[in-house]
Design a protein around this ligand. Structure first.
Ligand SMILES: [Cu+2]
Length: 306
């Protein structure tokens, strides 16, 4: 599940004590293979900070039972925008991220240099209109068949020698839990939004909100759109950097690790699905092992006037 949203300002020092309370690891496995799932560390994705200890060094190892005190200096001229953090221990990072171990790190805007329109939908003055949306896949539990070149959660457990399994009871008269998890119609490879399945976001008619979006995962690519034509999406920033001039999109691609800030405004009341809806043409642009997710991410309910 996603971690807390951290907010910093340029010139701040970020002091974080990472305490690893996970249990022991399985036996040593070769380098460059999935291994040491209970080791961890902390990486700030996209920030221009020092890679030397005790700052953003991916070589720091926090083993089970250990802790590490990070002290990260955010430069005084750092860009203000949407960044994120995740664990980055080699061999375990993918496993962690695809299980939701990530969170937002927002370098807060300076209202004195923002346009009134942007200030009205942004923290620190108008946080109620500033909506972080962390999209993350649920690790596919049971089995993944070739040609996809990676393992499911249960296959990784086998690799690690972890034999704890969900009990396989009947979920309906004729369906076991394993059958149910493996049935594509049940959409087990779904994305969660802020750790929730298809949450509801409410807006008033003509009200504008800022969606700060982040796609966390390994191979998953979102082709984001809001069903129906009533909701307008304007791109404000990519990967924590403001665009020169906001522009309107009807569908936008968000790959793993990417961040996108958009302003959303809907002109009709109703309930609209925010979806990832790749077309056949979109799929042509993907190479293996990227996976285009198809499905609902959130429901946008537009109710009443501003
Ligand atoms: Cu990263």
């Amino acid at each position: 599940m996603p971690g807390p949203t951290l907010r910093v300002r340029p010139g701040d020092t970020l002091n974080i004590k990472l305490v690893n309370e996970l249990g022991g690891n399985q036996e040593a496995r070769p380098n460059n293979s999935p291994r040491h799932p209970n080791n961890t560390n902390l990486h700030l994705h996209g920030l221009h900070v020092s890679p030397l200890e005790p700052q953003d060094s991916p070589c720091v190892l926090v083993a089970p039972g250990e802790s590490y005190q990070y002290q990260i200096e955010i430069p005084s001229d750092h860009a203000r925008g949407t960044f994120w953090y995740h664990s980055h221990h080699h061999g375990a990072a993918g496993f962690h991220m695809n299980s939701g171990m990530a969170g937002f790190l927002i370098v807060e805007d300076d209202p004195t240099v923002m346009s009134d329109e942007l200030d009205a939908i942004s923290c620190p003055n108008n946080c109620e209109h500033d909506v972080p949306l962390l999209f993350g896949p649920w690790f596919i539990y049971v089995v993944i068949t070739p040609p996809v070149d990676f393992q499911s959660f249960a296959q990784l457990q086998d690799l690690y020698g972890d034999n704890v399994r969900l009990p396989d009871y009947n979920v309906t008269e004729n369906t076991t839990l394993t059958d149910w998890l493996m049935n594509p119609e049940n959409e087990i490879h779904y994305f969660l939004t802020n750790g929730q399945l298809q949450p509801t976001i409410t807006l008033k008619k003509h009200e504008m909100k800022r969606f700060r979006m982040l796609c966390v995962g390994l191979w998953d690519v979102l082709f984001l759109t809001i069903e129906g034509s009533s909701c307008e999406m304007q791109v404000l920033a990519w990967d924590g950097l403001y665009v020169d001039r906001p522009y309107t999109v009807t569908k936008v691609v968000l790959g793993t690790g990417e961040r996108l800030d958009i302003a959303v405004k809907c002109s009709e009341e109703g309930s609209f699905k925010m979806k990832s809806a790749p077309s056949a043409d979109d799929l042509l642009s993907l190479g293996l092992p990227d996976i285009a997710y198809t499905g609902i991410l959130a429901t946008i309910v537009v109710n009443g006037n501003v």
